[in-house]
Design a protein around this ligand. Structure first.
Ligand code: NAD
Ligand code: DAU
Length: 350
């Protein structure tokens, strides 16, 4: 594959995938296609933007005509599709944008790939990136495997579930060389500070309340974003057409325990007294349809493709906090303007 299209490359995970591919595969042309929504930020890629093999295409994946014309012009050999509306809370307020981008946008990309590849699929690949949230919620025990039935509980996860079904259908019906992965919660540099970890880092830094939904008992499995990018590289090159791979960190945390750990690290790094920022913890109204627990059984990826996470949680967590503290300008740029209005509205009545 000479020309690789990465959608959503200006976002959190996409920017790490673009960086990995641009640096690791200098002989390939890497095309980053992104609409640059509120969380798409080309600053995330400033270190690779001048690389000879990096190209940026500004486009909306929901615009079928534009997407088809780009596929016809550039004739990509491989697609790694990450572009999405990705925040559960926003999906509860405005589901339609999630249907537009996550479902219609995905079908547009699948259709455009099918059109230009004209049923000659040798050496081609369409990789659809998805989430563990499509599987719904777990009780105290167990883990999601690739055969767990889909049971989404938010407009976000319902839209991702729908896009997964379409990706699978394009493989089963048209034999498009599709591969899918479903990953757990990512953390690391460049995540938009509406998500738990960067939001709480920013709030602790500014001595603002930390809005913990419900009792903080929900459990998430956290994976360092560079590990996810590495898994994507593995699956893109060695995954089996028509297959799904679960990706996880084997690293479950109850929200409140994770928050206490974050407070300890932040207080130390900010030179505050140990536990000083605990007083910022504020229990607020729970998220509607809040999934209790996610956990991933990633044994298929380990056994078939030999992949497992490399970065230990405490190392990744410290690196993450350091990155946000050292990149205050990045945080200020992305939290000004429209984001301020969103923040005020989202947390006003909680
Ligand atoms: P993000 O919100 O940080 O980035 C999404 C990117 O998509 C942004 O650059 C945005 O500008 C772009 N985009 C949005 N709508 C678009 C459109 N209509 N056309 C073109 N570009 C558009 O998201 P993320 O957290 O990096 O997630 C990336 C992908 O990984 C998503 O598909 C998400 O469902 C999936 N995922 C995320 C996580 C996680 O923990 N963040 C975990 C598992 C899977
Ligand atoms: O599991 C993968 C998913 O992880 C991805 O598909 C999503 O794109 C990504 O946003 C993430 O979804 P979550 O809803 O798990 O992430 P979020 O950071 O929004 O919330 C993590 C947990 O923290 C969740 O239980 C809700 C809680 N939370 C979140 C926020 C923003 C709070 O208690 N307070 C908050 O202010």
């Amino acid at each position: 594959m000479k020309k690789i299209l990465i959608t959503g490359g200006a976002g959190f995970i996409g920017s790490h995938v673009v960086r990995l591919f641009v640096n690791k595969y200098p002989e390939k042309d890497i095309y980053n296609l992104d609409k640059l929504t509120y969380c798409g930020n080309l600053e995330n890629l400033s270190d690779v933007e001048r690389a000879h093999n990096y190209h940026f295409l500004k486009a909306d994946i929901a615009d079928a005509t534009h997407i088809l014309s780009l596929f016809e012009e550039y004739r990509f050999d491989g697609v790694i599709h990450l572009a999405a509306e990705s925040h559960v809370d926003r999906s509860i307020v405005n589901p339609m944008e999630f249907i537009r981008t996550n479902i219609i946008g995905t079908v547009n990309l699948l259709s455009a790939a099918r059109h230009i590849w004209q049923d000659d699929f040798s050496g081609k690949r369409f990789y659809h990136i998805s989430t563990d949230e499509v599987y719904g919620s777990l009780g105290e025990v167990g883990a999601f495997s690739e055969s767990t039935p889909y049971a989404p509980h938010s407009p976000y996860s319902a839209s991702k579930a729908s896009s997964d079904h379409f990706a699978r259908v394009f493989h089963d019906t048209y034999h498009l060389p599709v591969v899918i992965s479903n990953c757990s919660n990512n953390y690391g540099p460049n995540q938009f500070p509406e998500k738990l970890i960067p939001l709480f880092i920013n709030n602790i830094k500014h001595n603002k309340p930390l809005p913990v939904y419900g009792q903080g008992v929900n459990v998430r499995d956290w994976l360092y974003v560079e590990d996810h990018a590495d898994a994507i590289d593995t699956i893109f090159h060695r995954g089996k057409n028509g297959d799904t791979y679960n990706i996880g960190g084997n690293n479950e945390w109850k929200n409140i325990d994770l928050i206490h750990q974050l407070i300890r690290i932040m207080d130390r790094k900010l030179g505050r007294e140990d536990g000083q920022s605990l007083k910022l913890v504020t229990f607020v109204t729970d998220r509607a349809g809040h999934d209790l627990r996610y956990a991933i059984d990633a044994s298929k990826l380990r056994d078939e493709l030999g992949w497992s996470p490399k970065i230990k949680f405490i190392e990744g967590f410290e690196k993450t906090v350091d990155w946000y503290l050292q990149n205050g300008a990045w945080l200020e740029h992305v939290t000004s303007g429209a984001y301020q209005e969103y923040y005020t509205k989202m947390y006003a009545n909680r």
